[in-house]
Design a protein around this ligand. Structure first.
Ligand code: FAD
Length: 389
């Protein structure tokens, strides 16, 4: 019997499994998918996420996929231009944009190398509950008979529609309506930097990724989703043309490399993250609009927080010992995510009010304010540790 079952082997579950295995626990990691698998993402890993990959010994492997360093930002909003190098977090002065079928596969391989028993192609359908505690999972391979997998701790890392959260009865503590929808595709060589182009009702994000491709994403208000999805290709191109004409000119000089991807499921919520015998990490416990590109960074940091909160040598079978460790994780998680949730909701309104525009203009004209702007880009929890390039 494992000490921990982690459900979901994405960028929250695989590092959680890896770190707990490195801490000496017997960990089984299950995923309904077979890997490598892709997932919706604009791939942007902020410097604090890159720093964790380095700390975990995985950065060389990510560089080995050929995804370029992203060392500069170009920001355009209402005639204001801000350009400059990204600040440094813990010695890392660049972001990365690895494709998810590469990144998530590397994370799973790292978990397996740490001793995790990885079982792909298995869907968790329910939890085993005994004496009011979660005591394992029921899982199924294809149409086979359900299997029982018992463990004193079940970690739900199974994404925003988490079965673990639903079956454990995790309460939704905060929820806000979706604010945006997004479409994106890949274009050869459109940019070598992270770009954001903002206009009222539109937000264009540009991220260089693997194979010389650049991801170009267009965000729209959620209220426009039914209309946008009727002809997403035309809406996407018109949004880029009207908001970021220079990006559109670069796109028109090349051929689109892949189909268009998109979603309106930009959910915003916090779920109760822990309970008797269970915890949630990543999108399973908290989700917010993707336009601030924080989900992977948040997932990595939640994996670290959970593993640190449990520590080494804990008797996970003892509810009295496990409970305070999970409580520590829950408190630290909320501290990590609270402010950036509000900030993301504000930006996801896709408004460009005069006060914010005036503040962006001041940033573009004053090097001291520009420093504050670049320092704050990775979010409130990290800004005290950001250093100039
Ligand atoms: C359009 C878009 C763009 C984004 N762009 C960025 C970005 O640029 N930067 C960033 O940091 N974040 C971004 N995000 C957010 C980021 O992708 C997510 O926050 C991140 O993938 C969450 O990881 P996760 O492991 O929690 O969940 P997921 O990646 O969803 O992984 C969940 C895993 O659980 C498995 N699973 C689900 N149900 C079951 C079950 N019942 N049994 C077994 N396995 C199960 C799934 O197969 C999957 O592998 C974006 C999101 C979207 C939608």
């Amino acid at each position: 019997m494992p000490d921990v079952v982690v459900v979901g082997a994405g960028c929250a579950g695989a590092p959680t499994a890896m770190l707990l295995a490195r801490a000496g626990y017997r960990v089984t990691l299950v995923d309904r998918a077979r890997f490598p698998r892709d997932t919706l993402s604009t791939h942007y890993l902020q410097q604090p996420a890159v720093a964790l990959l380095r700390d975990w010994g995985l950065l060389d492997a990510v560089h080995g996929t050929g995804c370029p360093h992203i060392a500069r930002l170009r920001y355009r909003a209402g005639g204001v231009s801000i350009d400059g190098p990204l600040w440094t977090f813990d010695g890392i002065g660049y972001a990365l944009g690895p494709r998810r079928y590469l990144l998530d596969q590397l994370l799973v391989e790292a978990a397996v190398a740490a001793g995790v028993d990885f079982r792909p192609g298995r869907r968790v359908t329910d939890l085993i509950v005994e004496d009011d505690r979660v005591a394992g999972v029921l899982l199924r391979a294809g149409t086979g008979a359900p299997e029982r997998l018992r463990a004193p701790l079940v970690v739900g890392a199974d994404g925003m529609r988490s079965v673990v959260a639903a079956r454990a009865g995790a309460a939704v503590r905060v929820t806000d309506p979706p604010r945006t929808c997004v479409y994106y595709s890949y274009w050869p060589g459109v940019s070598d930097r992270f770009e954001i182009h903002e206009a009222p009702g539109r937000w264009i994000g540009v991220v260089p990724t693997n194979d010389g491709l650049t991801l170009v994403a267009a965000y729209f208000p959620q209220s426009e989703y039914p209309g946008v999805r009727r002809d997403a290709g035309a809406a996407y191109l018109a949004a880029v043309r009207d908001t970021a004409p220079d990006v559109q000119a670069r796109m028109m000089a090349v051929q689109r490399a892949e189909r268009l991807y998109g979603t309106g499921a930009q959910l915003n919520f916090f779920r109760q993250p822990v309970g008797a015998g269970w915890a949630l990490v990543g999108d399973a416990g908290h989700h917010k609009d993707s336009l601030t590109a924080r989900g992977i960074t948040d997932a990595f940091h939640q994996a670290r927080l959970l593993a640190d909160s449990i520590g080494t040598g804990l008797d996970l079978g003892s509810p009295d010992r496990l409970r305070p460790a999970l409580r520590r994780f829950a408190d630290r998680r909320d501290e990590l995510l609270r402010d950036e949730y509000q900030h993301t909701l504000t930006l996801a309104r896709l408004e460009l009010p005069p006060r914010r525009l005036a503040s962006l203009r001041a940033v573009s004209e004053d090097p001291v304010r520009a420093g504050g702007f670049f320092r704050s880009l990775c979010g409130h929890p990290f800004q005290d540790r950001m250093r100039p390039p």
